[in-house]
Design a protein. Structure first.
Length: 358
C-alpha cells in the first residue's frame, strides 16, 4: 500500500508547477518501445502497415480514404508533439494524452474531436489492466494513443482486414464507434468476472471455507469495483454528449450506434451498483460468520464449565484436610461419589440436550 501511494504521489508531482500545455508523460513505462500501426482503407481495399517514424503518418491527414493510426508508447513525448503539430492538436490535448490519470472526457474543436476512455480487461493472470486510450476523430482519420502494446481492438482489426460488417463502407465516425464499442464490450467481461469472484467468495463464507486473508480479499474486491466504477461512470456523460451534439464530424446515421453504446454503459453501471452493494455486505457477512463461530466455541466452553462446576465442587468438598468427614470411613464411599458424579454429568447432558443447547 505504501509503495502504491508513493507511485501515485510521484505521478502527481510530475505536473506540479508546470506551465499549462506542458507535454509530460506521467506513467511508469519509460522503456516502452514506440510502435505505430496504420489501417488505411475504403470499401474496395485495405492497406495495413507498421510505420518506422511518426513523420510517415503525416501523409494520411488529407487522404480520401479512412485511416486509423494507432500509437503505442506515450513516453515518446517528442514524437507525439510532432504528430500534434502536424494535425494541429491543441497543446492542452497533447498534455491530456500523455497524462494517464485523466478522467473519461470529450472536447470538441473546429476540425477534430478529442475523447479519453479507460480500457479495462483481465490479463492471463486474472489481474485487472486499466489503461487510458485517447481518441482524435478527424474528417477522414482516427488517431488512438495507448501507453503500451496490448489492447482489446483485435476484433476491430479483423473486421477491417476481412471487410466484415459495415466498417469499410462507413466514415471515420463509425470507426470511432467501433473502437469505443470494443472497449465497452470488454466492460461486460470485466464485470462478469468480478461477479463470479464475489459469488464464489459469498459461497465460501456461507460454507465456512474462509481463508485467513479473507479481509484482505474483500478489500481487494472493493478496490477493483471502485476502480471499474471510476473508469465507466464518466463515460456515460461522454456518449451522451456525442448523442446530443451537432458536430459535423459525427453523422446523424451514426448516432443510433452511439445510443446503443449508451444503453450498454447504463447496463454495466447498474451491474456495478449491484456488485458494489454485494461487496459492502460481504464484510458484514464475514464478521457475522466469525462471530457465530466464536459463539459456538464459547457455547461449548460454557457447557463444559457448567458440567464440571458441580463435579469440581464435590471433589473440593472431599479434598479438604479436615480430620472428621463421615463419608471418608465408609467402605463404598469412593464408588458412591463416582456414581453421584456420573449421574450429575449425564443428567446435565440430558438437560442441555433437551434445551437444544447441544
Amino acid at each position: 500500500m505504501v509503495k502504491l501511494a508513493k507511485k501515485r504521489t510521484q505521478h502527481s508531482k510530475k505536473k506540479l508547477g508546470q506551465i499549462p500545455g506542458s507535454v509530460i508523460y506521467t506513467g511508469n513505462r519509460a522503456k516502452q518501445k514506440l510502435s505505430i500501426e496504420v489501417f488505411d482503407y475504403n470499401k474496395e481495399q485495405c492497406i495495413e502497415k507498421d510505420l518506422e517514424s511518426v513523420e510517415d503518418s503525416f501523409v494520411y491527414q488529407s487522404s480520401e480514404t479512412i485511416t486509423w493510426i494507432n500509437i503505442n508508447g506515450l513516453n515518446y513525448v517528442d514524437a507525439i508533439e510532432k504528430l500534434g503539430a502536424n494535425y494541429n492538436l491543441h497543446p492542452l490535448v497533447l498534455e491530456d494524452i500523455v497524462n494517464i490519470n485523466q478522467r473519461p472526457k470529450i472536447d470538441e474543436f473546429d476540425d477534430y474531436v478529442f475523447i479519453v476512455v479507460k480500457m479495462l480487461y483481465y490479463d492471463a493472470n486474472e489481474k485487472m489492466v486499466c489503461e487510458q486510450v485517447s481518441f482524435i476523430l478527424g474528417k477522414n482519420y482516427v488517431l488512438t494513443f495507448q501507453e503500451s502494446e496490448g489492447d482489446v481492438f483485435d476484433s476491430v482489426r479483423d473486421r477491417i482486414r476481412q471487410a466484415k460488417g459495415r466498417v469499410r463502407s462507413m466514415q471515420a465516425d463509425y470507426l470511432l464507434y467501433v473502437l469505443i464499442d470494443a472497449i465497452v464490450d470488454h466492460y461486460f467481461s470485466v464485470i462478469e468476472l468480478l461477479g463470479d469472484k464475489i459469488e464464489d467468495f459469498e459461497t465460501d463464507i456461507f460454507s465456512g471455507n474462509i481463508s485467513d486473508n479473507a479481509t484482505q480479499n474483500i478489500q481487494n474486491l472493493k478496490r477493483e469495483i471502485l476502480r471499474v466504477r471510476r473508469s465507466i461512470f464518466p463515460l456515460r456523460e461522454v456518449i451522451n454528449r456525442i448523442e446530443k451534439n451537432e458536430n459535423p464530424l459525427i453523422h446523424k446515421k451514426t448516432l443510433t450506434f452511439y445510443r446503443d453504446i449508451y444503453d450498454h454503459i447504463i447496463q454495466v453501471s447498474e451491474n456495478i451498483d449491484i456488485y458494489r452493494e454485494m461487496i459492502w455486505s460481504l464484510m458484514d457477512m464475514y464478521m457475522t460468520t466469525i462471530s457465530n463461530k466464536m459463539n459456538e466455541v464459547m457455547k461449548v466452553l460454557t457447557i463444559m464449565a457448567s458440567i464440571f462446576i458441580p463435579l469440581t465442587f464435590i471433589a473440593g468438598i472431599y479434598g479438604m484436610n479436615f480430620e472428621y468427614i463421615p463419608e471418608l470411613k465408609y467402605q463404598y464411599g469412593y464408588f458412591i461419589i463416582w456414581g453421584v458424579m456420573i449421574i450429575i454429568f449425564l443428567g446435565m447432558l440430558f438437560y442441555f440436550k433437551r434445551k437444544k443447547w447441544l
